[in-house]
Design a protein around this ligand. Structure first.
Ligand SMILES: Nc1ncnc2c1ncn2[C@@H]1O[C@H](COP(=O)(O)OP(=O)(O)O)[C@@H](O)[C@H]1O
Ligand SMILES: [Mg+2]
Length: 285
């Protein structure tokens, strides 16, 4: 098997609420974006892959290990780096103490090795100089990098980042992209986002997730291409059933059927995404 991660027939529900069922997925090396609207089930899927949540049924193999088997699961947790959607960083810990704490959880028991590892991962995310700074004194971008630093303990081959770009300003976003594309070399990096800009700039592969289903799986240019011949500029407001919005020049951008006065426009990744979201993305929905 070439894939680092293989998922078959995965099902997860919360009570009577079904998040996904019969989900199949294979992930190889590189940066893979899981793109989908809020409530699509991204976090639930990532938590299942991070072994933070037990699926109801299905088979998962990660880095050759089976997370339903307790000893393999323990092993696996050391091989996965997971940044939750709302990482619980302790405000009174220093950056180094925070990462050290995670390293202990990952059973890096040797003190000298752990110390070296803490320095290494802080340096990787450009936080070496902030090692002694308390978490509460770090800027938003620094906290986010600290969150990523803790995922790198033990050099895991599978990184799971849940909405890692939320709250970043453009400069921090840029930095994050540079860091992530570097991390994607020789690893599987699976990140979730609801923002198409991240995807276009960063991901080797995009999986569009909508209501618990994979509705697109391909590259960012292929996602844009999916809306080819379906994007229009129009001077008049389209019917409510159409996906459209008003652009800065006062015209309407329409994804779908050609409006009466529509002129064709080159599609973007966002257009492709909206096309796949269909009903949920319609104006007013
Ligand atoms: N702990 C939970 N209990 C009940 N329902 C949940 C729980 N977590 C998530 N959900 C529901 O499952 C669906 C998927 O949520 P989530 O995986 O968080 O989606 P996303 O990360 O794509 O926004 C949503 O409808 C959400 O309300
Ligand atoms: Mg989420």
């Amino acid at each position: 098997m070439n894939a680092n991660v293989e998922v078959r027939e995965l099902c997860k529900r919360y009570g009577s609420k079904k998040v996904f069922e019969g989900l199949d997925l294979e992930l190889g090396e590189g940066v893979i974006g899981l793109l989908g609207p809020n409530g699509a089930g991204k976090t639930t899927l990532l938590r299942c892959l991070a072994t933070a949540l037990t699926p109801d049924s299905g088979r998962t193999e990660i880095l050759g290990l089976d997370p339903t088997h307790w000893s393999q699961r323990t092993e696996l947790r050391k091989l996965i780096g997971y940044l939750p959607q709302n990482p619980g960083l302790y405000p009174h810990f220093t950056a180094a103490a925070m990462v050290d704490y995670i390293a202990r959880l990952k059973e890096v028991t040797d003190r000298r090795i752990r110390k070296g590892e803490v320095q290494r991962v802080l340096a990787e995310v450009d936080l070496a100089e902030a090692a002694g700074t308390r978490v509460r004194k770090l800027s938003g971008g620094m906290r986010q990098r600290l969150g990523i630093a803790q995922t790198l303990i033990g050099d895991p081959k599978f990184l799971i980042l849940d909405e890692p770009t939320v709250g970043l300003d453009p400069e921090q976003r840029m930095r994050f992209r540079t860091l992530t594309s570097r991390l994607g070399q020789g690893r599987t990096v699976l990140l979730s986002t609801h923002q198409t800009e991240d995807i276009a700039a960063l991901c080797d592969r995009v999986i569009v997730f909508s209501e618990g289903k994979v509705v697109f799986d391909g590259t960012a240019p292929e996602l844009a291409d999916a809306a080819s011949g379906r994007v229009w500029a129009s001077g008049t407001q389209p019917a409510a059933a159409q996906v459209f919005w008003r652009t800065a020049d006062g015209r309407y951008r329409v994804v779908g059927e050609r409006p009466p006065d529509g002129t064709p426009v080159a599609p973007t990744v966002e257009d492709g995404y909206l096309q796949f979201l269909g009903a949920g993305a319609r104006a007013g929905a």
